[in-house]
Design a protein around this ligand. Structure first.
Ligand code: NAG
Ligand code: NAG
Ligand code: NAG
Length: 540
């Protein structure tokens, strides 16, 4: 620890006890993340691999030291083809300034490939003969450029604008809450949360600035970032699963089919009426002594052909996508006469919804079982994965905690919804037709018109964030699924969970705006939650 290496000057007389070494990262104009404060290193902050928005090319650090400290600065890029060698406007070695100073670090994508870049900035602080090594980790999603625009980005403005809209939402919610509280005194009707866009007389005046900010956001978008903020237009997709035969479904996964002999099944992790998920082991093709742990999704003997076809088709939703927060299918076994198996990389803590419920149980004995900051960290990872999907114009249509998995290092990945209807039957409902839908996670336009878009995925993310904050409770649990659309249309939403900070609830509430255009984009959610996470960290 730096504490040990830092020699404090003897403080005599009236010298105010002051900081010795300070190093902080400006997250935004009014939020700072301290890495070193009064000599004490915040290792929690250092351990967080902070995502950098794609359009941000410079990071700013503030530092100073009361006494002489030498530094050496270096950068390591894990995948150098993705990112240019980072540069800084301070020399690679020297003395830490004695007055608060800012230095800039430029991390610029090479724009050759679509991939996430991982950078470590290493700072070696020496107070002879002792030294402390600090590693600052950043990750940034880089994309191939189509038209190389000189990227001097202005993310702070859009972040500020987003914050303004969040604040506006907060104010509206606050006002609505007061009105509701008053109404509640007069009525026995159960009132949950009124939507900020509901056009009651009182909120009309306030909804205007939020429209203005939306327009401002668009006008402000630099041309190189246009694809980040614009969503593909709403498309109506028919459920064409029934028209696919099992033969066709098998043919589509032929290229990732492997021999059944390579797979050993271990324990059953989840079981439904016809589906099952096993923990399995996959032997390496060339070297059978090497093995890889996998999830194996499969069906029982009595499963119908439609159910099997659906499992195969839905398993391919994320196929071929590469992102650290996505878990796509890796192999299948479709040998004749055997029930097909779908293989996905193993994640030690398994299904996120089940994990959250375990945390809830554990909380009774150990209130510190999982921190709010951990939950926000999970939410950030989900938004990172979703942001990537939105960019690829892939619509998930069933984002929920049950369709995410978590690893033992708290890494969260979004996965497909194959078998989810069978394994979580309480989360899906038929509304008069034969389609089983995740009604409580669906945006109003999806319920009414079958319109799905990245904006309806944002809605589902809001519900997923609520699931995180409630440790896996069921949303709208008292509402009849048939009445959901009427309930939403009337402006009601899920209530703020106990212990959920207002800022986070404001984020959720924004995701549930009636107008899809008014909902935040995933890229904005990444930024906003990252800043919130950093702010939580600043008080650790
Ligand atoms: C270096 O660390 C040692 C052990 O922690 C400490 O006793 C010593 O005072 C430190 N030296 C300086 C110059 O800070
Ligand atoms: C580095 O750049 C920042 C902002 O661009 C500036 O405030 C700072 O003074 C610069 N530092 C040095 C040492 O040039
Ligand atoms: C950090 O700097 C000190 C002094 O220059 C040096 O002895 C030490 O090896 C450096 N550590 C690393 C990991 O670079």
């Amino acid at each position: 620890e730096f504490e040990a290496g830092a020699q404090r000057k003897p403080r005599g007389g009236c010298e105010r006890p002051g900081p010795f070494l300070i190093l902080l990262f400006k997250v935004r104009l009014d939020a700072e993340l301290y890495y070193v404060r009064d000599d004490v290193v915040n290792f929690y902050a250092l351990s967080f691999n902070m995502p950098v928005p794609t359009e941000t090319n410079s990071l700013y650090f503030t530092w100073y030291s009361r006494s002489k400290v030498d530094y050496k600065l270096g950068f390591f890029v894990e995948n150098p083809s993705v990112l240019k060698t980072p540069g800084s406007n301070i020399s690679s070695q020297g003395e830490v300034p004695r007055v608060p100073s800012v230095f800039r670090v430029d991390i610029i994508c090479s724009e050759n490939v679509d991939e996430e870049a991982f950078v470590t900035m290493q700072l070696n602080l020496t107070n002879h003969p002792n030294f402390t090594l600090l590693n600052f980790k950043r990750r940034k999603m880089c994309f191939k450029s189509t038209n190389s625009v000189d990227g001097v980005a202005t993310p702070t403005t859009s972040t500020q604008v987003f914050y303004i809209s969040v604040s506006v939402c907060c104010i509206v919610i606050f006002l609505v809450a007061i009105i509701l509280a008053i109404l509640h005194l007069h009525s026995v009707k159960r009132v949950e949360m009124e939507d900020s866009v509901s056009d009651s007389g009182s909120s009309q005046g306030l909804s205007q600035p939020s429209t203005q900010t939306t327009q401002y956001l668009r006008a402000d978008t630099p041309n190189n970032a246009a694809s980040v903020t614009s969503y593909p237009s709403l498309r109506i997709e028919k459920n064409d699963l029934r028209s696919v035969t099992l033969m066709e479904a098998k043919a589509k996964v032929k290229d990732i089919a492997i021999s059944r002999d390579r797979v050993t099944l271990r324990d059953v992790l989840q079981e439904g009426t016809f589906g099952r998920i096993f923990h399995g082991v996959l032997l390496d093709e060339k070297d059978p002594t090497k093995e890889k742990q996998v999830f194996v999704k499969t069906v029982k003997d009595h499963a119908s052909e439609v159910q099997v076809t659906m499992m195969l088709t839905e398993s391919c939703k994320l196929r071929g996508l590469h992102h650290r927060n996505l878990l796509p299918i890796c192999h299948v076994c479709t040998e004749d006469g055997e029930k097909p198996m779908v293989l996905l990389p193993f994640m030690a803590w398994g299904n996120l919804k089940l994990f959250l419920r375990q945390c809830k149980l554990a909380e009774a004995n150990n209130p510190q079982a999982i921190s709010q900051q951990d939950l926000v960290y999970m939410a950030i990872q989900i938004t990172c994965g979703m942001s990537y999907l939105a960019r690829r114009e892939v619509i998930h249509k069933d984002l929920a905690a049950r369709n995410c998995v978590i690893d033992d290092n708290m890494q969260v990945k979004i996965t497909d919804n194959a078998l989810a209807r069978d394994l979580f039957p309480m989360d899906y409902h038929c509304l008069g037709d034969n389609e089983n839908r995740p009604v409580r996670w669906m945006a109003l336009e999806s319920l009414l018109n079958n319109d799905f878009s990245s904006a309806s995925d944002v809605w589902a993310f809001g519900v997923t964030l609520w699931e995180l904050m409630t440790l896996g409770q069921t949303p709208y649990v008292d509402i009849d699924p048939f009445e959901m659309s009427a309930y939403l249309k009337d402006g009601y939403r899920i209530a703020q969970p106990i212990n959920c900070p207002d800022e986070l609830f404001a984020v959720m509430a924004c995701c549930w705006a009636l107008d899809p255009e008014e909902r935040p984009k995933f890229q904005q959610l990444v930024q906003c939650l990252t800043e919130f996470h950093a702010a939580l960290g600043a008080y650790v």
